[in-house]
Write a protein that binds this ligand. Structure first.
Ligand code: NAD
Length: 355
């Protein structure tokens, strides 16, 4: 059993903890948090050992009747590997603690790419992570871009990706973030950082990205234009290519899912934990081919699409399993790829992870 410590139990950390605990080959040693709040109470209710970020903070947990199992340093000592899901930039300062104890770690996309030996997306470069000690799972947006661009690049070649990212203003728990009633170019300069970030996992792909922020907490929406080197005659083969991808969920027209709100409703109806959607949600009707230019619209659930990627990154760092095997196991345990739409559409969903 791989003993995993989760440092940072917020939006990403709590989801990764539950996903790790569900795996047959992993166990959660404990979770580290800075503040004794409702999430800390939830962690102990879930049966997780809670660790305080440092000694000074232990008493704050004791004040609400939670006895911390130790500090982050103790968690690192007790773990084979750490998932660092602390706020953006904090992971870099934690790396020295992991190094001191010779412990591998998975960092998140809010960190600079230099925090780790490589940037990681299971679909693209799992097997390269087998020989390194530190990986960074790329951000939610970059993960979403990579899952679409990688199969197109492999099958048809990609001349250029142009993507406009309409980003959620904040997560549901981030009550202090805006905009409240606005649409803000973010950043106003072009390209946004997402294009260069995509190139940390797909270095050969030419890409330009534009970012905006809008007042929703639900999901990001991407408008993509991908110029193909050797395009098919029509769009049908591309739809079939996507239908065979394990972490792309094609939304058929009949479903009546017209936006992020109905997608979240669908996820809750389907009994998904926290209404999470680990797959890219690609509107079938938007998939269009004009000459060599492919267009599509997709929604990305920022809180959860990186969760299966973290699970796979843990296996890549610590086991002999190949990427396809790890992804198959992660998908099976979390219920990814079991599309409820498969029986109602002409597209056969034999969603084995592609090599
Ligand atoms: P969050 O603020 O929801 O949670 C952070 C957790 O880290 C909290 O439990 C906090 O107590 C703990 N923590 C540990 N050390 C801390 C310190 N020194 N200061 C403050 N808090 C500390 O963060 P999140 O949204 O889960 O993001 C974690 C990482 O994942 C970031 O790199 C972020 O960019 C990345 N990410 C976030 C999203 C998203 O939509 N939220 C999506 C993909 C990637």
């Amino acid at each position: 059993m791989l003993r995993v410590g989760i440092n940072g139990y917020g939006t990403i950390g709590k989801r990764v903890a539950d996903a790790v605990r569900a795996q047959p080959d992993m166990t959660v040693v404990g979770v580290a948090k800075q503040c004794p709040d409702y999430v800390a109470v939830g962690a102990t209710a879930e049966g997780y050992q809670l660790y305080a970020t440092d000694d000074d903070r232990r008493d704050r947990f004791r004040e609400i009747g939670i006895e911390p199992a130790g500090t982050v340093e103790d968690l690192v000592v007790a773990s084979d590997v750490i998932v660092d899901a602390t706020p953006a930039g904090v992971g870099a300062t934690n790396r020295s603690v992991y190094e001191r104890h010779d412990t591998s770690a998975v960092f998140q996309g809010g960190e600079d790419a230099t925090v780790a030996d490589m940037s990681f997306t299971a679909r693209v470069n799992y097997d390269e992570a087998i020989d390194v000690e530190y990986v960074r799972v790329v951000s939610c947006n970059t993960t979403g871009l990579a899952r679409v661009v990688a199969p197109l690049e492999e099958r048809y070649g990609v001349e250029k990706v142009r993507a406009t990212l309409v980003r959620r203003g904040g997560d549901p728990g981030q009550t202090g973030r805006g905009p409240i009633n606005d649409a803000i170019p973010d950043p106003v300069s072009i390209p946004s950082h997402h294009g260069p970030d995509l190139q940390t996992v797909l270095p050969e792909v030419a890409v330009e990205t534009i970012g905006l922020k809008v007042p929703t907490t639900m999901m990001h929406v991407h408008a993509l234009n991908v110029s193909l080197t050797d395009p098919p005659e029509d769009v049908d083969p591309i739809r079939e290519l996507f239908a065979a991808e394990d972490r792309l969920l094609t939304i058929p027209e009949f479903a009546g899912i017209d936006g992020a709100g109905t997608l979240k409703d669908f996820a809750l109806d389907a009994g998904r934990p926290r209404g999470d959607i680990w797959e890219n949600c690609l509107w079938e009707a938007s998939c269009t081919l004009e000459g060599a230019d492919f267009y599509c619209l997709q929604a990305i659930h920022q809180e959860s699409d990186v969760v299966p990627e973290n699970v796979d990154a843990l296996r890549a760092l610590t086991s002999d399993r190949r990427g396809t095997e790890s992804r198959r196991l992660t998908n099976e345990v979390l219920g990814i790829g079991a599309s409820q739409f498969a029986d109602h559409t002409g597209l056969a969903h034999d969603r084995q992870p592609a090599d």
